[in-house]
Design a protein around this ligand. Structure first.
Ligand SMILES: [Zn+2]
Length: 102
């Protein structure tokens, strides 16, 4: 694949993600299934979208991950990926973060 083809493909995938997230909030896992790319790639695209959305007067809204055991909310988390376990109760039964573009 040439550089250009690769770039175009990335842009197409990002546009697809933006379209989906403009309709409904979704987790990275749901996006990876809907688009057919790996979850790790979804995070790469999401961070790009977070940086570039402002140019289209849009923004990526992150609904933070939450602990299903004690209710801890990962509000201050800067990274887009989902956390491994809860810092308060140390369990790993966590609600995935979801994303939306608006
Ligand atoms: Zn917890």
């Amino acid at each position: 694949m040439t550089q250009d083809t690769h770039r175009n493909r990335a842009r197409t995938i990002r546009q697809h993600i933006v379209d989906l997230l403009s309709e409904d909030e979704m987790s990275a896992r749901e996006l990876s299934q809907a688009i057919g790319i790996r979850e790790k790639e979804v995070y790469d695209h999401l961070s790009h979208i977070a940086r570039s959305a402002a140019a289209q007067r849009k923004r990526l809204i992150v609904q933070p991950s939450r602990c299903l055991m004690c209710g801890y909310v990962f509000e201050d988390r800067k990274r887009l990926t989902r956390p491994g376990r809860c810092p308060r109760c140390k369990r790993s039964h966590l609600q995935e973060p979801t994303y939306r573009v608006s």
